[in-house]
Design a protein around this ligand. Structure first.
Ligand code: AMP
Length: 992
């Protein structure tokens, strides 16, 4: 049979992918090619010639002029065919353990034979056998392993010729060579071509790394990892690697090579940068032209060095331009701002030539000269914000002495200034300093040393006082004189305040034979009281006595008379102490409120009323030298920086433990002032239950506020950590302390605005002290603060409704917050209103609901809380009343024995009292899960509490008995049961 008619040349080296013809990158290394041999193949057939029943036969054919050999066999009519055809020994390349065998063959359709033979087959088998050497004509079937059964895709009928191509892989070859063998078991087959090859990934350069030609695949290896090497003048941090797939393709290169500094990539190679170009780093970038003010080097430049007189700062990129030095600042001027405070404002304009830089800063040098002796001002004066590193073109200088000449030099610096000096210390450079000499003439506010009466009648007193120092003042001094009757009925107190321009005054229209208290104080030029005051008591003569001596002539002019009296301010403040008055003083209407005595006329002074807040700090706080402070450990984080525990050791004083609040670096002047405002406020207070200010550090770079140290930290956390550990008596004792502190603050007309357990500190004797006095902190610091529509921040849960609604912050709103603190304390630091949202809280309060009594809270204490939460603020108790009541409770501990009940009429609905959809809980476990107490499911089941009805019957004791021991958990479960009971009854809501 001739199978070969119609064979066409076949293309094998192309594949069609997605309709696009592409050439495979793969290279094929051929080990055996039957067609290409072009001559006798010398393959072995077995069994050897058997006459009629011969097996595989070789036939020589000619196609398109070239000769080739084929093998065929066609013993379809014979039984038990087992005809073998074995190739010659195929040498293997050591790394090629995986070869491809591509066969072209034709198989005749068994049906195409006239007499269909039952033995006719349409497949044949491919075998292989490995060997280390050619075994010649020795052939043992047993040594061959089957690779595959080869079946045609298309079989050849009588008239058409169908050529099949099949490729099989022979893997895991390890010996020097191998044979292939084809076993025919009774088919009619012609083997037209056998091609044995392996694939390689060809040598390549990828990402500037070269990789050698690599045999694809290996023993159990789909990917073969290959290491490469960077091309010349390229470097890589990681050894470059790539993978060669079984199909001979390179994939996934790892570890890129990059051209070295001074070289750039040009078509898979690294070429030197041209002259005038540079490349500073190994990268894929191109070389760049040298920047401004640099020298152009020959090829291969890594950087372009600066031209003479130009520099680069270390922070400048090497690729950046070089810059020159700045010229001197211009138009330096000094203006006196607050003469009395020894203060000047220096200002100037930026230098004309900045040297091409934007990082211009200024430093100030100061020389003070007394006569012809000049010396550096050193630390004697204060610069605001600083004397070096200024970016602004002005600085405020204070604490200057009067009558001295000061020379201020302002120097402009830029990032390259110091390098310029290092690089060429003697090189001429543009002057970068401007200098200005100025002097100050002012005097400290004078102090009043003595006050005396120079004349008196039954209705008038003429007074005069002495001033120190006596030297000539640059401006006339003004004085503030305050007086009132000594034995005034405390319920109605009249102060008179006079502002005078002379150190004497006559006051008329006084009561006869009456003692008056007078206080006089000099005013600074900005109108604020300065220096120390003096206070004296003088009496008018009894009725009938006209005058004491003749000096009255001097004081002929009475109050109200011409030049002597500059302004007369009469403040009449009637303090009504009618217990049930509906009007209540807010901070805004109590500025002139009287305290019980004229001295001290103690009213809290808002540091913001000072034009310069730094003066307020100096006035209310003691300056501490930082060397007296030792920081030991960070104990908290405040709004402005860390809070440390530490030691304060002032010479000649006992060492004390202190808390040190610090101001983090990079603060603005506004932040520094806000930070120190807390000290200005705290420094005005002196009370056992108010955190005590030890002092401040303001004259050094790192500002600090030093307060007494409170060992047990914030009250809320302390109570949470000691849940259930204190009896009510002790908790009420704590509240008494807090109330006493708050009474003191309200007496001083200070409204705290952020009273909460987190802002109460506890010391090691469990004394509680009110803290957190910053001006901006309520608005900015408190994490509980919630933004209001007007932009402020309010801690909703602690704040009285009128303060939320229209910012009416008063001592009465502080009382509301105190009620919340009472609740927090009695509930051992529980969060008020639990996980209700702020919105839900406001709604509930508005609907007249209030927090329920904490567990085991004495009824009297809860009643007081409810009083603090009265909607009408004028009906709330005052801190004085609260202190008195708590005092009474502590004196008769029996009053704490009756425990408050849960009152569903007024109590806010408790969290998780029904399923999320408002429907009742279906099971005990569903309920426990909703209040996050699932861990007790088993306790309930074991105790036989399996229905919600049973749960509703439980008392606190029962909950304890089933094994809920932690006070917090006990409370949560008990509260929830109370809430559930509330839901089961339909009660109307009564307003409190
Ligand atoms: P503050 O910026 O005042 O809120 O302080 C932050 C935290 O530092 C507080 O919550 C306390 O834990 C801690 N702290 C502040 N002052 C003191 C102090 N005087 N004694 C002990 N701890 C303090």
């Amino acid at each position: 049979m001739d199978f070969l008619a119609g064979i066409r040349p076949l293309l094998f080296s192309y594949v069609l992918i997605n309709g696009i013809l592409i050439t495979l990158q793969t290279k094929e290394e051929v080990l055996l090619d039957m067609k290409a041999t072009g001559g006798e193949l010398g393959w072995l057939t077995w069994p050897v010639d058997q006459g009629e029943k011969s097996g595989w036969e070789v036939t020589q054919r000619t196609l398109n002029g070239s000769q080739f050999y084929t093998y065929s066999v066609c013993n379809v009519g014979e039984r038990e065919q087992d005809n073998w055809l074995r190739t010659t020994f195929i040498q293997r390349r050591p790394s090629a353990s995986r070869v491809f065998v591509e066969l072209q063959f034709i198989v005749r359709d068994c049906n195409s034979f006239d007499a269909t033979s039952l033995t006719c087959k349409e497949t044949f088998n491919l075998f292989t056998s490995e060997a280390d050497a050619d075994v010649g004509t020795t052939f043992r079937k047993g040594q061959f392993k089957k690779v595959a059964t080869i079946a045609p895709d298309e079989i050849t009928g009588k008239n058409d010729l169908r050529i099949n191509t099949e490729t099989r892989v022979v893997e895991n070859l390890s010996r020097k060579g191998f044979y292939l063998a084809f076993q025919d078991i009774g088919a009619c087959v012609a083997l037209l071509s056998t091609r044995v090859y392996y694939k390689t990934c060809p040598a390549t350069v990828k990402s500037l790394a070269s990789f050698p030609e690599t045999v694809a695949g290996g023993e159990n290896q789909a990917l073969r990892e290959v290491s490469g090497a960077c091309v010349d003048n390229a470097i890589s941090e990681e050894l470059p690697r790539i993978y060669c797939t079984v199909d001979g393709e390179w994939v996934v290169p790892v570890g890129q090579c990059q051209c070295k500094p001074g070289y750039e990539e040009v078509k898979d190679t690294c070429q030197a940068c041209q002259a005038g170009f540079f490349k500073a780093e190994a990268s894929n970038d191109k070389c760049e032209p040298c920047p401004a003010n640099t020298q152009k080097l020959d090829s291969r430049a890594l950087v372009c060095p600066c031209m003479d007189g130009f520099y680069r700062a270390p922070t400048d990129p090497p690729s950046g331009p070089c810059s020159g030095l700045p010229s001197a600042p211009r138009d330096l001027t000094a203006t006196t701002t607050q003469l009395s405070a020894g203060k000047l404002l220096l200002s100037w304009n930026p230098p004309e030539d900045t040297g091409g830089r934007t990082d211009i800063t200024y430093s100030i040098e100061c020389q003070r000269c007394e006569g012809i002796v000049c010396q550096s001002c050193g630390e004697k004066i204060r610069y605001e914000p600083a004397n070096t590193g200024l970016t602004d073109t002005k600085v405020s200088v204070s604490e200057l002495d009067a009558h001295l000449n000061y020379t201020f030099s302002v120097e402009a610096h830029s990032g390259v200034s110091v390098f310029a000096v290092e690089a060429a210390p003697r090189a001429p450079r543009p002057p970068s300093t401007s200098a200005l000499t100025t002097s100050l003439h002012y005097t400290d506010p004078p102090k009043i040393t003595t006050m005396r009466v120079v004349d008196r009648t039954s209705t008038s007193l003429a007074l005069s006082w002495d001033v120190s120092p006596r030297r000539i003042q640059p401006r006339p001094i003004r004085y503030e004189l305050t007086y009132r009757k000594k034995d005034d009925n405390l319920d109605v107190t009249t102060y008179t305040v006079l502002i005078l321009e002379k150190n004497s005054v006559q006051i008329n229209e006084l009561a006869q034979g009456t003692a008056y208290l007078f206080r006089v104080q000099a005013l600074t030029s900005d109108g604020s009281p300065g220096g120390s005051s003096i206070e004296e008591q003088f009496e008018t003569l009894p009725e009938g006595r006209l005058t004491q001596n003749n000096t009255a002539v001097i004081f002929g002019a009475a109050v109200g008379g011409a030049a002597m009296l500059f302004i007369v301010v009469v403040v009449l403040f009637l303090r009504r102490r009618k217990r049930n008055s509906h009007s209540r003083q807010g901070p805004e209407d109590t500025y002139f409120s009287s305290s019980e005595q004229l001295k001290p006329l103690k009213t809290y002074v808002d540091p913001h009323t000072y034009e310069d807040p730094n003066i307020a700090v100096l006035k209310f706080a003691t300056e501490i030298h930082p060397s007296h402070i030792t920081k030991q450990k960070v104990i908290g984080a405040g709004e402005f920086g860390e809070v440390y525990r530490g030691i304060l050791k002032v010479p000649a004083r006992k060492e004390v433990a202190v808390a040190i609040k610090t101001l983090k670096p990079g603060y603005t002047e506004k932040q520094r002032q806000d930070f120190l405002s807390e000290a200005s406020i705290m420094g005005q207070f002196s009370h056992q239950n108010i955190i005590r200010l030890e002092g401040v550090v303001t004259k050094f770079k790192h500002a600090m506020i030093v307060t007494e140290y409170m060992e047990n930290g914030a009250l809320d956390r302390y109570l949470r950590d000691h849940d259930g550990e204190f009896p009510s008596f002790q908790l009420v004792g704590m509240l008494h302390g807090i109330a006493a502190g708050m009474k003191y603050l309200s007496d001083m007309s200070y409204v705290h605005r952020d009273l909460a357990a987190r802002n109460i500190l506890v010391n090691n004797t469990l004394e509680c002290k009110v803290s957190d006095f910053g001006l901006s902190r309520v608005l900015e610091d408190d994490p509980e603060g919630t933004y209001t529509t007007s932009g402020g921040k309010i801690p909703i849960r602690w704040t009285a409704p009128e303060a939320i609604a229209y910012r009416k912050f008063t001592s009465a709103s502080d009382v509301w917050s105190f009620g919340i603190v009472m609740w927090e304390v009695m509930a051992f630091g529980e969060r008020p209103y639990w996980d209700m949202s702020n919105h839900e809280v406001m709604k509930a309060i508005n609907e007249a609901f209030r927090l329920p009594a904490p567990m085991d809270c004495p009824s009297t204490v809860y009643q007081l809380m409810l009083q603090c939460w009265l909607q009408d603020r004028s009906k709330r108790p005052r801190f004085g009343d609260i202190v008195n009541l708590l005092d009474k409770l502590l004196r008769s501990p029996d009053s704490l024995k009756t425990i408050a009940d849960f009152d569903p009429r007024v109590s806010i609905r408790l969290p998780s009292t029904s399923g999320s959809d408002g429907s009742p809980f279906r099971s005990v476990s569903e309920w426990l899960e909703s209040i996050k107490m699932s861990q007790y499911s088993e306790n309930f089941t074991c105790a036989g509490v399996v229905t919600m009805d049973q749960v509703l019957q439980m008392k606190n004791e029962d909950i304890k008995n089933i094994g809920v021991r932690l006070p917090g958990h006990l409370k949560r479960i008990a509260y929830s049961i109370l809430g559930l009971k509330d839901q089961t009854s339909t009660l109307s809501v009564f307003a409190v």
